[in-house]
Design a protein around this ligand. Structure first.
Ligand SMILES: [Zn+2]
Length: 151
């Protein structure tokens, strides 16, 4: 880690890497920003208000909670035992909405990447984030950002 950082910056980065309760979105954005990616957040002009929008790479990223977006086959996605049918329908609507947002974005020429909360646990985060950076660059016509080119 370079010595040019302030203690605050250092501690912020360390907490992103080591903390378990950092919000998934913050984790992803901090990582991308450090690599030199520049992006918009929650762009309301786009279907589904994507969490991260990278115009240079024509890529949008959704960072999905496993429960609310019904991550199929994931241990974090279990229907509640009470009001099960109500929950099933509610979450099915979320899934359908996600699907239509992805389709509309694809029609508009965006690459759509979905990251699940369970892919950002301490154990899996490093691999997930590295893979994400590669996918962003692979999808666009722009060169990789400075931080990635140096890796
Ligand atoms: Zn999951």
């Amino acid at each position: 880690m370079p010595d040019t950082m302030t203690p605050e910056q250092r501690s912020h980065i360390m907490s992103c890497i080591h903390s378990n309760d950092t919000k998934p979105e913050v984790l992803v954005r901090s990582y991308l920003f450090r690599l030199g990616f520049r992006f918009r957040k929650h762009d309301r002009r786009l279907p589904g208000k994507p969490d991260v929008v990278l115009p240079r790479y024509r890529t949008v990223i959704f960072i999905n909670g496993c429960f609310w977006h019904a991550h199929e086959g994931c241990a974090n996605y279990r229907l509640p035992r009470t009001n099960t049918e109500w929950w099933r329908q509610k979450l099915a609507r979320n899934v359908a909405r996600d699907q239509s947002h992805r389709e509309e974005l694809t029609r508009q020429g965006w690459h759509v990447i979905t990251i699940w909360e369970c892919e950002l646990t301490r154990a899996r985060r490093a691999e997930t984030l590295a893979g994400l950076a590669r996918r962003i660059v692979a999808g666009g016509n722009a060169p990789p950002p400075r931080g990635l080119a140096q890796e």
